[in-house]
Design a protein around this ligand. Structure first.
Ligand code: ATP
Ligand code: MG
Length: 201
């Protein structure tokens, strides 16, 4: 990999097993398995780590109890410098063979649309819905994860955004995110949501 591996995290004594799930320059994600179950530990890394951690926790607190979106782990002992999340299990949709067949697509689209609607009702915009940020549980239920780029509605400033400055994952951006069209209602997010579950095909 093209980046320096950061020092290993301090693993809490209650974790009988630690499974690495993802590591980049910005983030390390591990599964902490204990006698009573498992939680996901997300550690922002690098210079702005503390700010990003605070931001994601604040968004997740707003989404407490919302269906189909990542949840802070209830009752887990704190792990310094990390966010502890309920373990969705399963794998990211980006690991699935694309395009999904009709049944697979049908099973994800409804729950995902309801999750996005619930998130919007709480005033949160995800801004990076793409297959790597949708984890499908072993029972086939999709869950939106990764609120690193999420924001509250009131914080977003309208205006032209050059594609090099657009926030999110380019093939999955809604047209209004680049202001290439002057339509800014919820319908504009449908093509990108569809692309997120079909892999853009
Ligand atoms: N609650 C969860 N349950 C199960 N798996 C998870 C959970 N949260 C994260 N993961 C796993 O960890 C991976 C990375 O998580 P996440 O998308 O939050 O990191 P990231 O912010 O994209 O990292 P980076 O900063 O490198 O882009 C996911 O694709 C998924 O496989
Ligand atoms: Mg992600």
């Amino acid at each position: 990999m093209g980046f320096q591996r950061k020092a290993a995290s301090w693993d809490p004594p209650w974790a009988a097993r630690v499974e690495p799930l993802h590591e980049s320059e910005r983030t390390r994600v591990t599964r902490l398995v204990s006698e009573v179950g498992s939680v996901i530990r997300k550690e922002p890394l690098g210079p702005s780590a503390r700010r990003r951690l605070r931001h994601e926790v604040e968004i997740l607190e707003r989404l407490s109890g919302a269906e189909g979106v990542a949840q802070l782990a209830a009752g887990a002992a704190p792990s310094p410098g990390s966010i502890l999340l309920a373990d969705v299990g399963g794998t990211a949709l980006s690991e699935s063979v694309m395009p999904l067949d009709r049944a697979g697509l049908g099973g994800l689209a409804g729950p995902l649309a309801r999750a996005v609607a619930g998130m919007h009702r709480r005033g949160v915009m995800h801004r990076d819905i793409n297959p790597a940020n949708i984890v499908v549980s072993d029972r086939g239920a999709p869950c939106l994860i990764d609120f690193a780029l999420a924001t509250r509605f009131t914080v977003v400033q309208p205006g032209f955004v050059h594609h090099t400055e657009a926030v999110g994952t380019l093939p999955y951006l809604a047209p209004d995110r680049t202001r290439r069209r002057h339509v800014a209602d919820v319908l504009t997010s449908l093509p990108s949501s569809r692309a997120s579950v079909t892999g853009g095909r």
